[in-house]
Design a protein around this ligand. Structure first.
Ligand code: DX5
Ligand code: ZN
Length: 226
């Protein structure tokens, strides 16, 4: 049986009250905290680094899901592992040696994910899927919260789901299929049907008045889609 996880992205939280926001969204039912790291180089925006991850860690009772939108990757991946990340995902275009970066993340005791941009083919999973813990399908171009879901991501999720199921049947290792960008209550059912089992949502949750109500509505929409 598939289990589904909701990962609120703190990019849309009130940064002046970040500790309170993270506690509130965990109380509201978040399964992970999604932590978007942007460097104004790989993506045209600048956000938060390992210092903030380390500061939040004592307030977070669920895994921290770090999404690195930075280049180079390796030094920051190490710093985030030491700052308390449980999962670290990165973009293949941003690392000179993708297999080495995956190994480095594992050596530091974290789960490793590959984040796949809208125009990046799934071929980047060839030869590394057996080592990955997460495939992160980007349903927007990375860089900003509040963008619209790109529908082609549904086809891509379905193809990624087939690859993952075949790999899990072969190795027995768990691989999560995460989706990130433009996820809302009204499209999450279709996204689940396409095969995703971990859903990042920023503006849909933090932009709503009632985090618990929104997360519950997302879970209900997923259950209806099953
Ligand atoms: C986009 C980020 C996302 C973003 C999602 O580059 O990786 O995690 O915060 O925000 P929404 O859910 O508003 O699209
Ligand atoms: Zn993200």
């Amino acid at each position: 049986m598939r289990t589904y996880q909701i990962a609120p992205s703190i990019l849309s939280a009130d940064f002046a009250r970040l500790g309170d926001e993270v506690r509130a969204v965990i109380d509201a039912g978040a399964d992970l905290i999604h932590f978007d790291v942007m460097d104004n180089h790989y993506v045209p925006n600048l956000t938060i680094g390992p210092l903030v991850c380390r500061a939040l860690k004592p307030h977070v009772s669920v895994p921290i899901d770090v999404h690195l939108m930075v280049t180079p990757v390796d030094a920051l991946a190490t710093e985030f592992a030491e700052a308390g990340a449980a999962v670290i995902s990165f973009h293949p275009e941003a690392s000179a040696h993708v297999d080495r970066t995956i190994g480095l993340i594992h050596e530091h005791g974290c789960k490793a994910g590959l984040a796949i941009n809208p125009a990046t083919p799934l071929d980047c999973l060839d030869h590394v899927l057996d080592k990955l813990d997460v495939v992160l399908i980007m349903s927007v171009n990375p860089g900003f919260a509040g963008q619209s879901f790109i529908d082609e991501a549904l086809n891509k999720l379905a193809l990624a789901r087939k690859r993952i199921d075949a790999m899990v049947a072969r190795t027995g290792r768990e691989i999560r299929l995460e989706v990130d960008g433009g996820v809302k209550v009204d499209n999450i059912g279709a996204i689940a049907r396409a095969g995703a089992d971990r859903f990042v949502a920023g503006s849909a949750i933090f932009g709503s008045g009632d985090y618990a109500k929104t997360i519950a509505a997302m879970r209900a929409a997923i259950a209806r889609a099953e």
